[in-house]
Design a protein around this ligand. Sequence first.
Ligand code: R5P
Length: 298
Amino acid sequence: MKIFSGTSNQLLAGRIAGHLGTKLSGLEVFEFPDGEKRVRILDRVVDEDTVVVQSTSTPVDENYMQLFFIIDALKRGGAKSVTAVVPYFGYQRQDHIFREGEDVSVKMVAGILSRMELKEVVSVDFHSVKIREAFSIPAVELSALPLFAKTIKEKGLDEGAFLVSPDMGGIRRIKILSELLGDMPYVVIEKNRDLTTGAVSADKFSGQIGKKAIIVDDMISSGGTIAVAADLLKKNGVQELYVFATHAVFSSEAPKVLQASGVNSVYVSDSVFVPIEKMFPKLEILSLSQVIADRLKS
Ligand code: R5P
């Protein structure tokens, strides 16, 4: 099996290759003066099973185009099969029409990948159950939740804690994690988001609040959802607060917002590469490389 990486998350791709007892195969990405890109694979792939690892995080469109070009180069190079590992699948929040006149972006990108004759697409913690249905090829959804459960137990964060979903959309996620943690109790916050400004607010929740909370979300983008949830929980007597989120999208001022929020620590996976300038003292990164490598081995 030959593993290639786009430029979005070479750290994770290298770790996956390491677990599979190999190194990343060579790939060149050339940028023309007008910004167009050309990719070139530097390894022979004739009759080989190949894997391309590329998170379609910021810059989303650029990373998608690169993924499409690498797949095309692998197919033209004679690869027997191509598996696309897209740990963070960009555009998944636009999974339906929220307001009249909108597109359904995730169906467009999943549709393009579906037409590329891939063996399968492997991703992690989709935003909703609708995402898998957007593909007409096998789409495998791995999860960071077992890794989160293991970390919560190892660090003793589970003692006397309850889980929190910061919005109604996270109920499926919170139920799975609760089960992994021996039916840990959970609370669901009613979040509102202004679709024009993106501003988040929350003043209601259902469930019994205690003193130690673990907020779980699929992604952190602006950090607004976490900051608002943290405020609400603190106002209601929570003293210790931890956050576990799969995808560290970290747009705009997210690192500052999270560092300034009332949370003790923020745990994310490495589905999205976090550059040094977006690191902050409360942040801890857990690797999905073993989980992804195990799937590729199977
Ligand atoms: C929304 O439904 C998602 O599950 C996340 O809660 C959301 O995308 C986080 O975005 P932000 O960090 O910008 O509030």
